[in-house]
Write a protein that binds this ligand. Structure first.
Ligand code: SF4
Length: 159
């Protein structure tokens, strides 16, 4: 979150947390726990992880309702601290693959960020190497590249 503080305040996140809840339809968007962190996360939360590509994701329990909240979510926010998934640290921005090229998109699900002018968002991702940092992370962990959803604004393209 701190990476995004110029456009997304901690208070906005504390009052929302929509990005920490998942339905069966968006299990593909559950954040990746990197393999090197999986043992520590399992030990910390006692939550079950299942493989996703070369990494892991939480095994969400949908038996109690349509929305399953991440097992790392507490009343005080995310319990993972330094182990918070990269996916979460940069959400609602994501790396997608479109036509063989990697791009940076923004998810409309985050109403606070999505309400900003697209020009502001495009400037944000191009400033201070933010896009490149996401592309570099995708080199190391290709499973963070999410499927492109038609209509999601493309803010930057890797060239
Ligand atoms: S890991 Fe933390 S920030 Fe990410 S979805 Fe779970 S509670 Fe939310």
């Amino acid at each position: 979150m701190s990476m995004l503080k110029s456009i997304l305040s901690p208070n906005s996140c504390a009052e929302c947390r929509v990005c920490c809840g998942f339905t069966r339809g968006d299990v593909w968007e559950i954040p990746l726990i990197y393999g090197e962190n999986s043992a520590e996360v399992t030990q910390m939360l006692g939550a079950k992880l299942i493989p996703r590509g070369k990494e892991f994701v939480f095994d969400m329990d949908f038996s109690k309702g349509a929305i399953s909240y991440c097992p790392a979510l507490s009343e005080n926010g995310c319990m993972l601290g330094n182990l918070k998934p990269f996916d979460c640290a940069v959400w609602p921005f994501r790396v997608n693959s479109v036509g063989g090229m990697r791009v940076i998109t923004v998810s409309p699900v985050c109403e606070t960020v999505y309400s900003l002018p697209l020009k502001t968002l495009a400037e944000f991702v191009r400033k201070d190497g933010f896009s490149q940092m996401l592309f570099d992370e995708a080199d190391k962990h290709p499973d963070i590249v999410k499927p492109y959803i038609k209509g999601y604004p493309i803010l930057d393209v890797e060239i």
